[in-house]
Design a protein around this ligand. Structure first.
Ligand SMILES: Cc1cc2nc3c(=O)[nH]c(=O)nc-3n(C[C@H](O)[C@H](O)[C@H](O)COP(=O)(O)OP(=O)(O)OC[C@H]3O[C@@H](n4cnc5c(N)ncnc54)[C@H](O)[C@@H]3O)c2cc1C
Length: 380
């Protein structure tokens, strides 16, 4: 019996399990390791922060998906890896040998220690966001009071602007009588530097409408972040600490170097996809790439187990970004084209729900479409 080990409940592994469900490979067992059974889908995280969705509505249920595919889910975390012995050690102390290993563990951030009286919410890893948000919302200083609530976000990319707008909507709807101030701090000289110029203008307009002050060309020092009650940390993605010593070929930034078949260039029995992997030319750390790698990974794992022919992954040159502005509207960016409005939000909502529906193996009932924008109190 061969063993395929899938580490991480990332977007591509969901696709592997879905294909396995339809056609399992005989003589092979699949074990999935994830810290939790529910894996949030990144595209809907800002909508959840804003209160448009419940947490379970933005998640892929890996427990159900693994069970339907005949795979075993271990609620655990990879702690270290010995690729020469083909063995992983989990946080619980369990050691697992494997024939093929696939890593889809996303990325992380190293936010600063909070100053006294300040809370820090790190936007990565996504799997830890729920507990972190619950801690923020149950903090008496943030959840009630007469003083203005000051929220600052660090990072001028999509995650920074979306999470700030969403968090402001959340607090303003939960505490309608309280002043909630927003500030966006970015080291860069423009917002959304990788997107269409029209999208950057639209996001500036949305931030202005939400009363956010934008500070560009500003590093986040203690003084820049001083005086805020909640700091949203959304800077560039970083590799997990354990990757540094894992013995696999790494890029300068510590991500796992993969070839066109999504195999690690130093250990061909190890595959890596999504944020944790580094392509020959580094790709943006965006969920769309992890999603597009899914079918190729699924095919290549099956090919490796059955002596088949692998397929080459070819990244798209442009990708569609749909950013929620948390006011019932969204902004679209594709190459130099951009658009904005309520219809973009409805389009985004439709795409995101349809994506999750592909993995809803146990409860395939479609979610009701929102007729108006629900707020946190409506969806609790
Ligand atoms: C606020 C926000 C909004 C975003 N919006 C978008 C968007 O609209 N569109 C877009 O394309 N991108 C978006 N992104 C980027 C996107 O989040 C990432 O690029 C995407 O999630 C990467 O997917 P992945 O499959 O590589 O990993 P992830 O989706 O991060 O999944 C990794 C999984 O691995 C698990 N894991 C981590 N460490 C371990 C371990 N040691 N052992 C076992 N399991 C582990 C995690 O719990 C998680 O389940 C957004 C990011 C943020 C922060």
């Amino acid at each position: 019996m061969k063993r395929l080990l899938l580490i991480g409940a990332g977007h591509a592994h969901a696709q592997v399990l879905r294909d396995w469900l339809a056609a399992p490979v005989p003589g092979c067992e699949v074990i999935v390791v994830s810290p939790s059974a529910l894996a949030p889908y990144s595209g809907m995280v800002p909508g959840w922060l804003a209160g448009h969705y419940r947490f379970d509505q933005i998640c892929i249920n890996f427990e159900a998906l693994a069970a339907a595919a005949g795979a075993q889910l271990l609620t655990d975390e990879l702690a270290s890896l010995d690729p020469n012995r083909r063995r992983v050690s989990l946080r619980s102390g369990t050691a697992l040998d494997y024939d093929l290993l696939s890593l889809n563990v996303g990325s992380t951030l190293t936010p600063p220690a909070p100053q006294p009286g300040m809370r820090v919410l790190s936007m990565r890893p996504l799997g830890e966001l729920r507990m972190a948000l619950e801690a923020v919302l149950s903090d008496p200083a943030l959840s009630a009071g007469d003083q203005p609530l000051r929220v600052a976000a660090i990072g001028g990319g999509a995650a920074g602007v979306e999470s700030l707008l969403a968090t402001l909507t959340c607090f303003r709807s939960l505490q309608p009588g309280r002043t909630v101030q927003g500030r966006l701090i970015s080291r860069g000289d423009s917002l959304l530097p990788d997107m269409a110029p029209g999208a950057a203008r639209a996001i500036h307009a949305a931030l202005t409408a939400a009363g956010v002050s934008v500070q560009l060309n500003t590093s986040c020092t203690d003084s820049a972040a001083a005086g805020c009650d909640l700091l949203l940390w959304a800077t560039g993605a970083q590799a997990h600490a354990w990757q540094r010593d894992c013995g696999l070929a790494l890029s300068e930034r510590g991500f796992i170097r993969v070839d066109e078949h999504l195999r690690c260039v130093s250990h061909p029995h190890v595959y890596a996809v999504g944020d944790c992997a580094e392509w020959t030319t580094p790709l943006p750390k965006a969920g769309v790439f992890a999603v597009r790698m899914g079918p190729v990974l699924s095919h290549n794992l099956r090919a490796a187990l059955q002596a088949g022919v692998p397929r080459a992954y070819s990244p798209q040159r442009r990708f569609l970004a749909l950013l929620s502005t948390a006011d019932g509207r969204a902004i679209a960016s594709w190459g130099s084209w951009s658009a904005q409005g309520r219809w973009v939000w409805r389009w985004k909502d439709h795409i995101d729900r349809a994506f999750l529906q592909r993995f809803a193996v146990v409860t395939p009932t479609p979610l009701p479409a929102p007729t108006s924008l629900p707020l946190p109190g409506d969806t609790a």
